[in-house]
Design a protein around this ligand. Structure first.
Ligand code: WTA
Length: 652
């Protein structure tokens, strides 16, 4: 890829950037490489506020890491309280816009107030450090308020994306053994109400350990409230004022002094089996790396208006709407709804209205907007933008070029940020004032991150060869464990190649050392930048009474990157294929969530299997990608199955 175009950093941008040149980047990288512990320890003391400083920087007993042991810290304190003694007290922390157009500006002081009161509410209900809360809310300010209130008390939270179904919610409540659910009546999406509380009620039929449900009133629609279990947020809040002592405490609820390794949150993500895994992140290391990347990658300045368009229900929202930006003292836009509602210029309207300077979105969103044409962004003044970011999947060079030309007006650097739920924070990305970019490449690893590309023995592969992307040394925001399943944690991430963290991504590195991430090597699909396991969809399908077997693969899709394509065989019966196809798509949406709805259901007589009975997904992938099968089929039990499937495709 040496021919691909290289864009040097914009000199005007570089002159004011926090990291100003490639030499400066290299010097930082070298310093981190020579003495990583010293490097991270210095940063941790500088960037975070500690109740008690840590003793040891890193205790590493692979694969278990402890960062900043002995330190006492609180994430909510670092996001809020420490800013109140500075000019940031009156600075907006969030500028919220609801989908219907309602607005709220919440300063750091006001956010602190809301968090302090809600933490007191949780205390009054009897919750404390080491309890676990599920948060299932729309993208409104009370979502980060709930997260920060939990963090303030040491309650480990797990945010479940509002697009997940009652079934998925239930699985997460049970796996985490949560005892409280924080939710809302509903939220707005494309003009319709997403009824969250209904899903909570359905999920809780089988979750006896949940003692309380706190419900924020967002849409105002009628919902049933279960006596003794369900409480309105505003009523609990109002009760705080009845008792003068509690009222006083609610105004300034102290942040618990927690260990550096206190479990901050668990976020469920799809893995290679049907069961989602709870990725555990802890406090100090996670905060450090999310905050420092706000400076290194987003070049955050005091007067920036920063907007990450992700949903807080995914890791991008945790790290780059809540914990990173607030620790760094940023002003963040929080937008509730869809990018195309009421029209395709909603993003650009918001950028213009609030003078957004840093904009971070996904390739899927960019491709969807490209399709609508340039007149939508052109109708708006985008001159406030100074930096653009991308995350979630490889950005194809055509989308990169459009983003650069139409949105960035060839003025704004683009940072293509590679990372994962498991890495907690950005790992490979350009530093916008320092690193020349090449469209489609995430460029170089951050200081302190030792990324490599290896074969299955762990040996580095030569330049421009494809291999597994691995990380060779521990980093502060790394996954600490899979909730309740250390064995799976070890097997999944630390056993696939010797002594390195296995990312599950394939990549290659060019002769300049630039990383080009190619996609997943496991059974994980990436649909609109959302991770979805093929097994998860398969197990949903085989729950349906008509389905005998199912095999699911990701199929290339122009806008969403990949789309879900399902091959199913049926049980005996008289099925109308077309009706059943629609029903199965709906079924998957109900079992997992609307975002997982299959693009295609192919009903077939048989699935290609090895002689030992394993479904050969590789062949199915090939069929949906190339419409033919070229690979090795010697282990295939019945070759006619494949020929038939491939020809079925040609008939379409
Ligand atoms: C993919 C999202 C190429 C990758 C932060 C990874 C990317 C998975 C990029 C993690 C990028 C994310 N270029 N691929 N810039 N960013 N990915 O856990 O396959 O939802 O393993 O975290 O998304 O998805 P996750």
């Amino acid at each position: 890829m040496s021919q691909s175009q290289t864009y040097a950093p914009n000199p005007e941008f570089a002159a004011r950037a926090q990291v100003k040149s490639i030499e400066e980047y290299r010097a930082l990288y070298e310093r981190a490489k020579t003495d990583p512990e010293r490097f991270w320890a210095d940063l941790a003391l500088k960037e975070l506020t500690w109740f008690r400083p840590f003793g040891q920087t890193l205790e590493w007993q692979a694969p278990f890491a402890k960062w900043f042991s002995g330190g006492k810290i609180n994430a909510s304190y670092n996001c809020l309280d420490r800013h109140l003694t500075t000019a940031r007290k009156q600075k907006p922390a969030f500028i919220f816009e609801g989908e219907p157009g309602d607005q709220r500006v919440i300063t750091y002081q006001e956010l602190h107030h809301l968090v302090s009161r809600f933490a007191t509410v949780l205390k009054q209900l009897g919750y404390q450090s080491a309890d676990r809360a599920i948060i299932y809310m729309p993208m409104i300010p009370e979502l980060p308020v709930a997260m920060l209130a939990c963090a303030r008390l040491g309650i480990t939270h797990s945010v479940v994306f509002g697009g997940f179904s009652a079934e998925a919610l239930k699985a997460r409540i049970l796996d985490l053994n949560a005892t409280v659910v924080i939710t809302a009546d509903g939220g707005w999406r494309r003009g319709r109400e997403v009824r969250l509380k209904d899903a909570v009620d359905e999920a809780l039929e089988d979750c006896p350990d949940v003692r309380h449900v706190v419900v924020y009133r967002r849409t105002g629609s009628a919902i049933p409230m279960k006596e003794g279990r369900d409480h309105w947020w505003h009523e609990l809040d109002a009760q705080l004022s009845n008792d003068p002592f509690i009222h006083h405490e609610a105004e300034n609820c102290p942040a618990e002094e927690l260990d550096s390794e206190h479990p901050l949150y668990v976020l469920y993500t799809s893995g290679t089996t049907g069961k989602p895994k709870g990725i555990l992140h802890t406090t100090a290391g996670y905060l450090l790396q999310t905050a420092i990347t706000m400076k290194w990658i987003f070049d955050l300045r005091e007067d920036d208006v920063y907007w990450c368009t992700a949903d807080i229900g995914w890791v991008t929202g945790h790290s780059y709407i809540v914990y990173g930006p607030l620790t760094a003292g940023a002003t963040c836009i929080l937008y509730e709804g869809a990018p195309d509602y009421p029209a395709f210029d909603r993003f650009w309207q918001i950028v213009e209205k609030y003078r957004v300077s840093i904009f971070y979105t996904s390739p899927t969103a960019i491709r969807a907007l490209i399709k609508q044409g340039e007149r939508w962004p052109e109708a708006h003044d985008l001159s406030s933008l100074r930096l653009l970011g991308s995350v979630g999947e490889p950005i194809n060079p055509a989308a990169w070029e459009w983003y650069n030309r139409v949105i960035g007006k060839e003025r704004c650097p683009i940072v293509d940020t590679w990372w994962q739920t498991e890495t907690g924070a950005i790992m490979i990305s350009a530093m916008p004032g320092a690193i020349p970019t090449k469209p489609g490449s995430a460029t170089l690893p951050l200081p302190g991150i030792v990324a490599d590309i290896v074969d299955h023995n762990g040996a580095p592969v030569p330049a421009n060869r494809e291999g597994y992307l691995v990380i060779r040394q521990p980093w502060p925001s790394m996954i600490r464990n899979i909730w309740g399943d250390p064995k799976r944690f070890q097997e999944q991430y630390w056993s696939r190649v010797p002594s390195a963290y296995f990312t599950g991504d394939a990549a290659r590195r060019d002769e300049d050392g630039y990383f080009w991430v190619l996609g997943r090597v496991d059974d994980v699909m990436n649909v609109s930048g959302h991770r979805l396991s093929t097994m998860e969809v398969e197990s949903a399908l085989v729950h349906h009474p008509a389905v005998a077997e199912a095999a699911v693969v990701g199929k290339p899709h122009e806008i969403t990157g990949q789309a879900v394509c399902c091959f199913v065989t049926l049980k005996q019966g008289d099925w109308n294929h077309q009706v059943l196809g629609n029903e199965l798509r709906q079924w998957v949406a109900h079992e997992i969530g609307p975002f997982a709805r299959p693009d295609e259901i192919r009903i077939t007589d048989a699935l290609p299997k090895t002689r030992s009975g394993k479904i050969m997904r590789r062949l199915l992938r090939e069929i949906v990608t190339t419409h033919a099968v070229t690979g090795d089929v010697t282990t295939l039990e019945d070759l006619t199955v494949v020929t038939k499937l491939a020809s079925q495709q040609d008939e379409e």
